[in-house]
Design a protein around this ligand. Structure first.
Ligand SMILES: [Zn+2]
Length: 259
C-alpha cells in the first residue's frame, strides 16, 4: 500500500503525479472547500500531498483504501491547519479508516469502584500522541457530520494536552475572550439540547466542552454563515484561531463552477 501510494504520489521525483482532473473530482465531493480562493486551494492540495507522504494510512476490517479516499481525507484533515501548518499534527503518524461506524470496547470504573465494560459505537476517535480512527461512508455519510474535521479538531485541542475545548491559541489571542465566547455558547447550547429543541450544531456537542469545540469546528467549515448567525463570538474566535473566514467566501464555489 505504502509503496503504491509513494509511486502514485511520485515521491522521490520533483513533481507529485496527481492529475488536475483527480483533484477536481475529489474537491467536487467536498463542496465546503468552495470558500477558498484559487491560490489557497492550490496550497491546500500541496499540504494534502505532504500529509499523505508523512502519515501512514491503514484500512481496517478489510477496507481497501482508494486514491480518492486518501485524497478526500487528506484535504479535509489539512483544511483546519491550512494557515497553521502541518506541524500542528506532529508527534503521531497513524490514520485507521473503518468501513462505516465501528465499536470500541470500553472499561470504566464508577465512583463505587465497580468496573463497567461495554461496547461504544463511534464514528471516529483521536488518541493523544497516537492514531486517528475514522469511519468512511461511501454514499450515505450522516448528514451535517464531518468525521474527519471533527477528529482532527480533537487533535488540535490535544496540542496543549487534554481534550478540554481550549486548543493552543495563536499569538495575539486572548484565553479569556475564548473562554467567555465558548462558555456562554456551550451553556446556551446545552440548554437547547436539554429542552429537546432543534439545534444547528450536532447535539453530541453537549456531551463535553471538547466535543462542543469539535462540532463547532465542523459547522465552522461546513455551514459557516449559520454558525456566525447562531454563535457570532464563537465564529469570531474560530476565525482568529484557524486564520480563515469561511463565511466571507461562501458561495465562491458556484462562481468557480460557472467559469
Ligand atoms: Zn468527538
Amino acid at each position: 500500500m505504502l509503496q503504491r501510494l509513494k509511486q502514485w504520489l511520485g515521491l522521490g521525483e520533483r513533481q507529485p503525479r496527481i492529475a488536475e482532473e483527480t483533484w477536481r473530482e475529489v474537491e467536487a465531493t467536498l463542496p465546503f472547500l468552495g470558500f477558498l480562493e484559487e491560490a489557497d486551494r492550490l496550497r491546500l492540495r500541496a499540504m494534502a500531498t505532504e500529509f499523505l507522504a508523512v502519515k501512514q494510512f491503514h484500512g481496517a476490517q478489510g477496507l481497501q483504501l482508494t486514491d480518492r479516499m486518501l485524497l478526500a481525507i487528506a484535504l479535509q484533515a489539512c483544511l483546519p491547519v491550512l494557515n497553521l501548518g502541518l506541524q500542528a499534527y506532529s508527534g503521531w503518524v497513524g490514520i485507521v479508516v473503518y468501513p462505516g461506524d465501528f465499536v470500541i470496547p470500553r472499561k470504566e470504573m464508577d465512583a463505587d469502584g465497580v468496573v463497567h465494560e461495554y461496547d461504544d459505537e463511534v464514528l471516529g476517535e483521536a488518541w493523544e500522541g497516537g492514531p486517528v480512527l475514522l469511519s468512511w461512508f461511501e454514499d450515505e455519510a450522516p448528514e451535517g457530520v464531518n468525521v474527519v474535521i471533527h477528529e482532527f479538531a480533537h487533535k488540535l485541542d490535544m496540542e496543549n494536552g487534554g481534550v478540554d475545548g481550549l486548543p493552543r491559541l495563536r499569538p495575539g489571542m486572548s484565553a479569556q475572550a475564548w473562554a467567555e465566547a465558548f462558555e456562554l455558547a456551550y451553556e446556551q447550547f446545552c440548554a437547547q439540547v436539554d429542552a429537546g429543541e432543534e439545534t444547528l450544531l450536532d447535539p453530541y456537542g453537549a456531551e463535553h466542552p471538547g466535543e462542543f469545540f469539535a462540532v463547532a469546528t465542523e459547522t465552522f467549515f461546513e455551514a459557516p454563515a449559520l454558525l456566525q448567525e447562531a454563535f457570532p463570538e464563537v465564529y469570531r474566535q474560530l476565525a482568529r484561531y484557524y486564520r480563515l473566514d469561511p463565511a466571507a467566501g461562501e458561495g465562491r464555489w458556484a462562481g468557480l463552477q460557472q467559469r
